[in-house]
Design a protein around this ligand. Structure first.
Ligand code: M6R
Length: 609
């Protein structure tokens, strides 16, 4: 969490840093700040609040004028969001921005206090500025950095400027991402590529324990001992348009609308001659045949994608699948090992718990497969094999298009799994794949029902608590619908397997409590309808998401959203249906006056435990 940027070049540094921070605001938005060299002096402007507050502060205090500087957008870990806890932090001759957690900050602080340093903030980050100053001697910033990082425990991506060197930016990382943008006569550092995509598509990935120095000659790279190293310059596949709102009021709405295209793109990349083909990533039929058990390890929405995958893989390939919350998996001493396939799912590829789950699974001898949207992320690079989903940059904190591409690729995996194990024939593999390839059109049709979703949202305007229910794939989808709604509307919401409600939770149903019922699965439709009637009898306000042709007894349903899935297999309808749930959440959030892109207390990329 937290986003860092840095710039050295001939442009107006304040504009470059502020543009970059806007692209990184998804990583945290409780405070922001920049530090820019104005001649030989460093001018720092920082404030509690979103970037909009920072813009106001710049108007009041004056924009720093210069060509070299660093910036930060924060998600607080140590110390409340406040002006003083905002980054950059300075001490002595050093100013830094930091993303990550310094685990041994308390002992370092004690040591530095004994050396006469005083601290202004409650952050763990300020000790890094002090420690750098402590090790800075003989005008040698490189040595100050190598000495300092030897002492740090935990994770960090650091942007550093030294008062004595107004034409340099340094950066170092371990555990937190840091990318170096390589432009013509200018260089950048950033937590993610969109921060500098407007200026250059060329980038270098900084690995753990590496250091970079930006100066007039460009970017120079060093290992942990300060020895120069060569790094490969890569070219980003993302375009700047993908990281902009393009006329939509929010990133979330834009990303919902992108789903037909990104699902199509992801499917195109994984389907060859009408069948799923994972040979390019080294996942062969032989390997799939040898798998005894599958574990899917992930967090939040990615974990919900895993639950859909579980239903699909077990149904088709008859392999046992367990879905684990990554933060539990990593500490539960799981019984995992050779013969098991551990699939980690992550949009960002940075989520700390998912990454730890991956490392644990590898150490226990399991084969690991990542399903990741950010190709250059740590998880993508650490897993034995990686399916790179093609959602493009997802900037809204609430995950939408990433979920869709995750489930699209996991369906393909389920199909191939079933074929590899001899459970379905090639003809069925082709039929299922062709069905999945029809989902972008079905998604388009549901998105065209945006007004109806907005109307449903308007009926929830005074709601304080609600429930989602469904069975099978509908239940798996309800979990995601409920998370989406609560994270951006702050309505208390719970998702239940429809048959489970009467084992306790039904006591919470009273007059007018909305129950959003996802009822698309024919096999369990009658059962779901009975559950709807049970809650209706207790006064619930029922909103049904169902096929156009589904009928209910008179008076059961208060509002319904009818879908035309165009003959899709039941198993695949979560793909279009989720778009309606996302739109209902989005409009409920907007109608309540919230910012759906930046819900309170959250950040997109959870790089701390
Ligand atoms: O980047 P990841 O997919 O690993 O992130 C996992 C969760 O933090 C993420 O899905 C989160 O639940 C979203 N905010 C949900 O919209």
């Amino acid at each position: 969490m937290c986003g860092i940027v840095g710039y050295l070049g001939s442009r107006d540094c304040t504009s470059v840093l502020m543009d970059g921070l806007e692209k990184l605001e998804y990583r945290g938005y409780d405070s922001a700040g920049i530090a820019v060299f104005e001649g030989k002096e460093i001018k720092t402007v920082k404030t509690r609040g979103k970037l909009s507050a920072m813009k106001e502060k710049l108007e009041i205090e004056g924009r720093p004028i210069g060509h070299c500087g660093i910036g930060h957008t924060r998600w607080a870990t140590h110390g409340e969001p406040s002006d003083v806890n905002s980054h950059p932090h300075s001490n002595g001759r050093v100013t830094i921005v930091h993303n990550g957690i310094i685990e041994n900050y308390a002992e370092l602080k004690e040591f530095l206090t004994e050396q006469g340093y005083t601290f202004l903030s409650q952050t763990d980050s300020e000790v890094v500025a002090c420690l750098l100053d402590y090790y800075y001697s003989e005008r040698n910033p490189g040595r100050a950095i190598t000495e300092t990082i030897k002492e740090l425990r935990g994770s960090y991506a650091l942007g550093i400027i030294f008062k004595d060197f107004p034409e340099r930016v340094y950066a170092a990382r371990r555990g937190s991402p840091l990318i170096v943008g390589v432009g013509e006569g200018e260089s950048f550092i950033a937590s993610d590529i969109p921060a500098f995509l407007k200026y250059t598509k060329n980038y270098v990935l900084l690995e753990d324990n590496e250091i970079v120095r930006l100066d007039a000659e460009g970017a120079k790279f060093y290992d942990v001992h300060g020895i120069p190293i060569k790094k490969e310059v890569q070219t980003a596949e993302w375009d700047i348009e993908q990281a902009q709102k393009c006329g939509f009021p929010h990133y979330m709405l834009k990303e919902i609308h992108e789903q037909p295209d990104v699902v199509q793109k992801t499917l195109d990349s994984l389907v060859k001659d009408g069948v799923p083909d994972f040979s390019e990533i080294g996942l062969t039929d032989e390997m799939l045949r040898g798998v005894h058990r599958v574990f899917i390890v992930a967090c939040g929405t990615a974990m919900h994608a895993g639950i859909i995958a579980r239903y699909a893989i077990e149904k088709l390939a008859r392999v046992p699948v367990t879905v684990e919350i990554a933060s539990e998996f990593r500490y539960m001493e799981p019984i995992v090992g050779e013969g098991d396939l551990v699939i980690v799912v992550s949009q960002s590829g940075e989520t700390a718990d998912t990454k730890a789950g991956l490392e644990l699974a590898k150490s226990l001898g399991a084969k690991t497969l990542a399903v990741v949207n950010v190709k250059y992320s740590a998880i993508a690079r650490e897993a034995d094999m990686c399916i790179n989903t093609l959602a493009g940059p997802e900037i809204a904190v609430a995950s939408t298009k990433a979920y869709s591409v995750q489930i699209a690729s996991l369906y393909l995996l389920a199909f191939r799994f079933a074929y590899a194990r001899g459970i379905i024939l090639e003809s069925e593999l082709k039929r299922l794949t062709a069905q999945l390839c029809k989902t972008p059109d079905a998604i388009r049709r549901v998105i065209a029902q945006e007004d109806e979703c907005q109307f449903i949202a308007s009926q929830l305007i005074n709601t304080e608590t609600l429930f989602f229910i469904g069975r099978g794939f509908d239940y798996a989808l309800s979990l995601e619908g409920s998370l989406k709604l609560k994270e951006i509307t702050y309505i208390h919401s719970e998702a239940y397997a429809a048959g489970e409600l009467k084992h306790g939770t039904i006591s919470l149903i009273e007059h007018n409590v909305p129950v959003i019922t996802v009822a698309t699965q024919s096999k369990v439709l009658e059962k779901t309808i009975s559950n709807m009637e049970e809650v209706k009898a207790r006064g619930a306000f029922i909103i049904a998401l169902c096929r156009r042709e589904t009928t209910f007894a008179e008076g059961t349903v208060d509002l319904r959203l009818n879908f035309d899935f165009g003959g899709l297999d039941d198993m695949l309808v979560p793909l279009p249906t989720v778009c309606a749930l996302q739109l209902i959440a989005y409009y409920s959030s907007v109608l309540r006056g919230n910012d759906p892109d930046k819900p309170r207390n959250l950040a997109k990329s959870v790089t701390t435990e």
